[in-house]
Design a protein around this ligand. Structure first.
Ligand SMILES: [Zn+2]
Length: 198
């Protein structure tokens, strides 16, 4: 994310996303002291939202029952912040907070894959986040997403918890790539370099 000297390593995504028996070859990247651990509360916040989303596998449900629920018992404030604004059977989320975390994960995975800093601003799109009318975030903000290339081969040591791939191609006439990430075989985040109008 930055060019500061690394003072440690950080797991990507954070370890808290992974059930104890699914922690094989977790990805780590070098991290400076400012960016390392800066987001641990955001990790827990995003984890609670993601495991609660529709379409996930059973690991997410089990994970929600144990470590996630325990973290809410430990911090009722976290629970309140996560679920305080509800509408029927849905709840609102803090998009900036989730976006910032996903962008950080995107930079880290890019570095892990290409050994250099991603020279674009990654922008996340979500399938499971819905607007009031029930349309998904990605459908509204990226109407042509169905035309993006499909690719079924993913990276990751614990694919049932988290998997990802990069797809390289021309974006805005320049060589770049998109990143697709899937949590718990259901929660999908597409990351595209931000398109700057010319
Ligand atoms: Zn940094």
């Amino acid at each position: 994310m930055c060019s500061e000297a690394a003072t440690g390593v950080e797991h990507v995504p954070a370890r808290c996303f992974f059930p104890r028996e699914h922690r094989v070859n977790l990805i780590t990247v070098p991290s400076c002291s400012r960016h390392n651990n800066e987001t641990s509360k955001d990790d827990e916040y995003a984890r609670g939202i993601i495991v609660s989303a529709l379409g996930n596998n059973k690991l997410a449900i089990d994970h929600r029952r144990d470590p996630v629920r325990r973290s809410y018992l430990h911090s009722p404030k976290l629970f309140q912040n996560t679920f305080q604004i509800q509408k029927k059977d849905a709840f609102f989320h803090d998009r900036d907070r989730i976006d910032n975390l996903m962008i950080k994960i995107a930079y880290a995975l890019y570095y892990h894959s290409y050994r250099k800093i991603w020279e674009s601003k990654p922008e996340p799109y979500y399938k499971q986040f819905l607007f009031d009318d029930g349309k998904s975030d990605i459908e509204v903000r990226l109407p042509n997403y169905e035309t993006l290339p499909k690719y079924d081969i993913y990276e990751g040591g614990n694919k049932s918890v988290f998997k990802y791939h990069f797809l390289e191609g021309k974006i805005n006439g320049k060589n770049n790539c998109l990143l697709r990430m899937v949590f718990y075989e259901g929660f999908e985040v597409l990351i595209l370099p931000k398109i700057i109008p010319q």
